[in-house]
Design a protein around this ligand. Sequence first.
Ligand SMILES: C[S@@+](CC[C@H](N)C(=O)[O-])C[C@H]1O[C@@H](n2cnc3c(N)ncnc32)[C@H](O)[C@@H]1O
Length: 235
Amino acid sequence: MTLDSADRVYSSPRTLARYVRCHFSGDDPCDYFRQVAAMVPDDADVVVDLGSNVGRSTFDAAAKARFVLGLDIAHEAIRVASELARGEAVAYDAALEGGATERRTVRRPETSGLVAFAVADAARPPVRDGVADAVLLLNLIDRLPRPRAAIEAAARLLRPGGVLVLTDPFTWLEEFTPREEWLGGAAGVRAAIEAAGLAIEEERDVTLVIRDHARRVETVTPRLFKARRRGGGSS
Ligand SMILES: C[S@@+](CC[C@H](N)C(=O)[O-])C[C@H]1O[C@@H](n2cnc3c(N)ncnc32)[C@H](O)[C@@H]1O
């Protein structure tokens, strides 16, 4: 899938409303994004969230870090994330039942750190190599044409000792990723992370609960990897 097509898919009004609800409605009893953002080191200055969509993980990481940059290819997701960052209320149509919807609004979570958002390709982030204390790569790699390149780009952004937090359910689809680029399951992704010069420190399942409408909930169990770029101390 080209960058333009990915932008179209993730910028459609229905998909956007689904992500706004998933990220900010408080529907998820597992509080997936807060759990994952808790892996960001306490003293982090700079965090980059690749594939942030409307930015819940970006805001949650900014509860710990001084500055978090959310990057995504979907213009509409970045527009919404930027509105939230400015303190604006964002309205979306929450699906109820039988096709009925209800207009609801969300606001950004309060954070001690600063956030900013920009449209960018995760494989070529507009950030200098070696500046990030942590990089988030959440549920993105199985939506990319070259997932290995995105892991390598994330590793390059990290300073020595910096931390990559990667989650993914490994839902490889040929419409997003040519079959020869699929990394397989946990073993394949683990190998790709290690090949990018990172040492895995923690690996486990996490649960994300997504409410579609009043009578349908989807449960996803992404694998989480916390990995550190070699060459720095641990924290
Ligand atoms: C499955 S969603 C995950 C979003 C968010 N990280 C989460 O966990 O809810 C994949 C996201 O990746 C974005 N994306 C797809 N291709 C991208 C690329 N080449 N660079 C940056 N973002 C991309 C999509 O716009 C979408 O927001």
